[in-house]
Each structure stands twice: as C-alpha cells, then as structure tokens.
Design a protein around this ligand. Structure first.
Ligand code: ADE
Length: 251
C-alpha cells in the first residue's frame, strides 16, 4: 500500500499560515516560486503549500505535490463566492463535483467538457468528503470558531449560524464581482453553489493521476458588486481561522 502523505493546498498565504503552524518537524523546500512546508500533523506526513491564484497555478502546484512529494491524497482549503442564494458569508461548501465554467471548446465539444477526457465534472473522493464533513460538523457543534474569531469580525460579516452544504462548485480564471456575472453563471449552471478559481483544476490533475481529493471552501463574499470589499476583508480577518480549525479536526 502507498505510504500516506497528505497534501494541503490553499490559494492565499493567510489560508495556510495557521495550517503550517500545526506541522511538527517542519522543513521548507522552494520550487517554482512556491514554498512547500513538510512535516507531520498528528504523526501523519503532510505537505502544505500556498498555490497562488488561478487554474494554472493550482494545477502546477498539485502536479508538484504528486510528483515531488508523492502525496497520496490532496485537500484544498480556500474561500469562494456564493452563487446560490441559500449560502451566506461564513458557510462552508464541500465540492462534491467540480466543473471549469470557462472551458468552452464548442463546436468541437459540448460547453464545459474537458477536451480529450470526455468529462465535464470531476467527483471528489467520498471517503475524504465524509471525513471533511465530519470535521466541519464538529467545528460547528463545538462552536470552536467563536473561540478564535472576534465578536466584531463575526458581526461585520453577519456570521451567526454557519452551515455546511455539499454540492457542485465551479472554477475559472475570473473573479466574480458583478451581479450580471453571477446571474449568467446561475442561469447556465443552476446547480452551482459557489465559484472560485482553482478547485476544478486541482480536481482534473488528481483525476488524471488517480489521487483522491477534496475541496473545502468557505464563503467569503456573494460573488457580486460587493465582493471586492468583502473578499479581502474576509481573507485578512477570518479565512485562516476556518482553515486551521477544520484541518485540526480532520486528523
Ligand atoms: N473566490 C472567492 N470569492 C470569489 C469570487 N467572487 N470570484 C471568484 N473566486 C472567488
């Protein structure tokens, strides 16, 4: 059986800071403008890296984790903009299926189909998804976020009873910052819960290399005219706390 080594990617330095602090015997390696932090969390070999933004950045980082660090599974933690009206800032989405909303090779292929893979959605691993769901539910049940996030920050984003939702996530090289953009995606793909810029690229690499993966996304903004205000503030004040609490409970 392949040795267990978990790769953890985050799209912002703030998102991985707290996770890196969980590593014992931490060793750093620099490659391709990334710093890979290797060590153990609860005795399990783990490599943590800030992937940078967008599908290309995420795909190259995932490939390096697979080739250089021989990871056996991959977790992505980050933020996303809400597309579904049922999601609020502070809710968490686990991506059951990932789609690249900017893939369009028509008329050669159907819209969104990944060329030469005959595949539109990539499914995350059900075992990893279940253990992430259990960890997130534990974080919510224990109210542990309230211990690490200040009252002012929770009030600023109106976070009171965050929820976990599992479903479809769309990724593409676009930051959603208008209601027109949001509406267009919602009309084309009404099943999509939230939008981000890396998950489906990681999912494609993991599919091609047969590495199980899970994508964990906290809602940082509502993917509309307010997102350029909410997103940086959420990243600065809240997102790293979510990532750390969830990862602590996954191990
Ligand atoms: N990640 C977080 N918020 C986002 C948004 N509004 N658009 C794309 N990716 C995001």
């Amino acid at each position: 059986m392949k040795k267990r080594t978990i790769g953890i990617m985050g799209a912002m330095p703030e998102e991985i800071e707290g996770v890196v602090a969980l590593l014992s015997n931490c060793v750093e390696a620099s490659m391709g403008k990334r710093t890979y932090f290797s060590g153990q969390i609860n005795g399990i070999d783990t490599v943590v890296v800030f992937s940078r933004w967008g599908k290309v950045a995420a795909a190259t980082t995932a490939t390096t984790l697979i080739h250089e660090f021989k990871i056996s599974e991959l977790m992505f933690t980050g933020v996303a903009g809400a597309i579904s009206d049922n999601l609020k800032i502070g809710d968490i989405v686990l991506g059951k299926r990932l789609i690249q909303h900017d893939m369009d090779a028509r008329p050669l292929m159907k819209q969104y189909e990944i060329p030469l893979l005959s595949q539109t959605y990539f499914e995350s691993d059900s075992t990893l998804l279940d253990s992430a769901a259990n960890a997130i539910n534990t974080v919510f049940e224990n109210n542990s976020l309230y211990a690490v996030i200040g009252e002012d920050e929770l009030m600023e984003f109106n976070i009171s009873q965050p929820r976990l939702v599992i479903g479809d996530v769309a990724s593409g090289d676009q930051f959603f910052s208008s209601k027109e953009q949001k509406h267009a995606l919602n009309t084309q793909l009404p099943n999509i819960l939230c939008v981000e810029m890396e998950g489906a690229a990681v999912a494609q690499v993991c599919y091609e290399y047969e590495v199980p993966f899970t994508i964990i996304r906290t809602i940082s903004d509502t993917a509309d005219d307010k997102s350029h205000i909410d997103f940086p503030s959420f990243i600065k004040k809240i997102s790293s706390k979510y990532a750390t609490e969830i990862i602590k409970n996954i191990y």
